[in-house]
Structures are given as C-alpha cells and as structure tokens.
Design a protein around this ligand. Structure first.
Ligand code: P6P
Length: 338
C-alpha cells in the first residue's frame, strides 16, 4: 500500500534512543516491557466478559476501593514485566500500600523507578467503558546496586523522564512522552504490535468540552461552580457552546480532550480537601503529557509538575487540558472572576 509504512513502538523507541544522553538502551528496554505488559492486559480486558476476570477480587486496595480481578491481574503483569526488564529497581502502584522493591542483583542495579495506576477507571470494567493504565518513569536517586527507597518515588513531576498511558477502548493505544513531544501508537492485533498512529500530538489551546462530575457541584469551590456556569452559557469569546463529557475514567476523558481540546477538572470538596486523584501515578504523568502537547495542568494555584510529593498516595485537586481553558478556571478560582 503506497506510503503506508508501519513503524512499531519498538522501532520508534530505538530510533528515538538518540534523544537520550548516554542512551545505552536501558530506557528502551524498560519501555519495551511496558508495551509487552500492555498487550497481555489488553487481551484480558478484551475478553473480560467471557472469562472469569470480571467482578471483585474480594480484596480492598490501599485506597479502600474494592479491587477488581482485572486490577490485580494488570498490577501483577506490569510488575513482572518491569522486573524482567532488569532496568527497573522499584515500583509504586495504586494497588500497593508500600513501594515494591526488586531484590536480585540485576534489578537492584536498575537505573529507573516506575509509578503506575495499573488499571484506572476500574469501576467501569464491568460495564465495558474504556479504562487505562497510567505510568511515570524517573531515574532513581538512591545509588545503583542498592534497594530502591521511598525518596526515589517522591520526586517532583518535573523530574519525570517519561510518562504515558494505555487506553483500552474501541482501539487500544499507548500514548507516551519522553519530554520531546507526545506520540500515540495503536495496537494492531493482527501483528501484535503497537504501531505509530499519532506523531507529535498537540492539544488545541481552546476546546468546547468540559469534563467534571457535576453530581458533586454542591461541594465544589465557588470558582469551579462559576466556571461550570460559564460553560453552560455560550462562550462569549468564541461564540461556541460547550459540551459536558464525563465518562468517569480519567484516561478516557483525558485522551478525548487531548485530541479534541477540552478540560478535565477533579477539584477539592469539603469532604475531600485534596480531591480524589493521586499526584504520583495519575496527575503527574497526565500533567507531563498535557504540557508536552501544549496544554496545562494545575491544582488551581500551582503547576502540578512542581508539587513536591510528601507521600506515595497523596491526592491533589486536578485541572488539566487546553491551556486557555485551564487559565479561565484559575481566573475564576483566584481572581474572583464573575
Ligand atoms: P468520580 C476512577 O475511579 C477515577 O480514579 C478516575 O479514573 C476518574 O476520573 C475518577 O476516579 C472518577 O471519580 O468520583 O467522578 O466517580
């Protein structure tokens, strides 16, 4: 087929390896293993209705949330793949209270640590709504050869060397950045490869989509309530109506808004003063991607990527998406814009 040159994730990673100072293939091998785990998880997610993988795992995770069997499966697959890469010395996962450190010599010599929500949006698994894996990769701070320590995982988001997500939806995509643009790969199951499908994703500065759980509107800060009211009128600057789109799955809502333009807001409320979403393995990776695509991500007052984490499962209010839309929310929040 004229001009239809397939470029697989593996080929792309190796090709871009030169982007990395002192690139020795370590990072490439790590990212390759993420792709392998994603294919295994995708297979299970696609068959979720047919095999005994739906429903509760009968456990509760560190968040106090019912673990779904697919959550547990995805967590296990990713940890095994990272362990086998020999490049990762430890993992922070939404599903585990403490960091997971690898103990054999090869892994202890790994130069990277990995933070992840192995299967975000899991409450949607049983109703066939798109779900996703979110990940963040840092260089370790602790000396190579030793076990990873908590400090390795409490780095600001600006220190990420890569971040991405896999969205298991109408098609399965892996989207990632290493700080030099955002690239999307769509899984071609006929050859079992993620193939480059989105080169250099840029998110529109403005969008017509706002994503927020309006069922909580009574608990939102006034500035957020005012912004929702603003969206419910036609935009005076662009004379364009807004649409509310909220699927309850961060990866799915963010991915749509990234491509079309839009804003996702999970604010603090009286009962959840830091919001719901976790800084280290949800907000930081999504914020890195958003900024790399020309968007913006704040907690309402600070740039997400500059927040110094104090604990592994710390939550932050999260406003992310098209730059001008995030600016508008901040003006309602901080300047009392009416
Ligand atoms: P709510 C899924 O549980 C999740 O962590 C995100 O994927 C999603 O955006 C959010 O929670 C939905 O939360 O409170 O609106 O149901």
């Amino acid at each position: 087929m004229k001009g239809y040159k397939i470029k697989t994730l593996t080929q792309f990673i190796i090709e871009r390896q030169a982007d990395f100072p002192f690139a020795t293939g370590e990072f490439s091998r790590l990212l390759y293993q993420v792709g392998v785990a994603a294919k295994v998880i995708n297979k299970k997610v696609n068959k979720a209705g047919l095999v005994d993988i739906l429903g509760e795992a009968g456990e509760v995770n560190v968040q106090g949330e019912e673990q779904k069997k697919l959550d547990v499966f995805a967590n296990y697959q990713l940890i095994q793949a990272l362990k086998s890469s020999g490049e990762c010395c430890g993992v922070a996962s939404e599903e585990d209270q403490e960091i997971i450190t690898f103990d054999n010599d090869l892994e202890r010599d790994g130069n990277y640590i990995f933070c992840m929500d192995p299967l975000d949006g899991s409450s949607n698994i049983d109703v066939n709504v798109s779900i996703g894996t979110i990940f963040s990769i840092y260089r370790r701070i602790s000396p190579r050869g030793e076990k990873a320590v908590l400090e390795d995982f409490l780095q600001e988001g600006t220190k990420q060397i890569a971040a991405g997500y896999i969205i298991y939806g109408s098609s399965t995509m892996l989207v990632y950045t290493t700080g030099r643009g955002v690239f999307g790969f769509t899984l071609d199951s006929s050859i079992g490869e993620f193939c480059l499908s989105h080169m250099g994703i840029q998110t529109p500065e403005n969008g017509a989509i706002y994503s927020i759980n309006e069922g909580n509107i009574g608990k939102f800060p006034d500035g957020v309530k005012k912004y929702i009211g603003y969206c419910q009128e036609t935009d005076k600057e662009t004379n364009r109506p807004y649409s509310g789109r909220y699927i309850g799955s961060l990866v799915a809502d963010f991915h749509r808004n990234l491509l079309k333009g839009g804003i996702f807001i999970y604010p603090q409320t009286a009962s959840a003063p830091n919001g719901k979403l976790r800084l280290i393995y949800e907000c930081n990776p999504i914020a890195f991607l958003a900024e790399q695509a020309g968007g913006k991500a704040t907690n309402g007052t600070e740039r997400i990527l500059e927040i110094k984490p104090h604990s592994l499962h710390q939550r932050v209010p999260f406003i992310v998406g098209s730059k001008n839309m995030v600016d508008k929310v901040e003006s309602f929040l901080n300047n009392g814009e009416e």
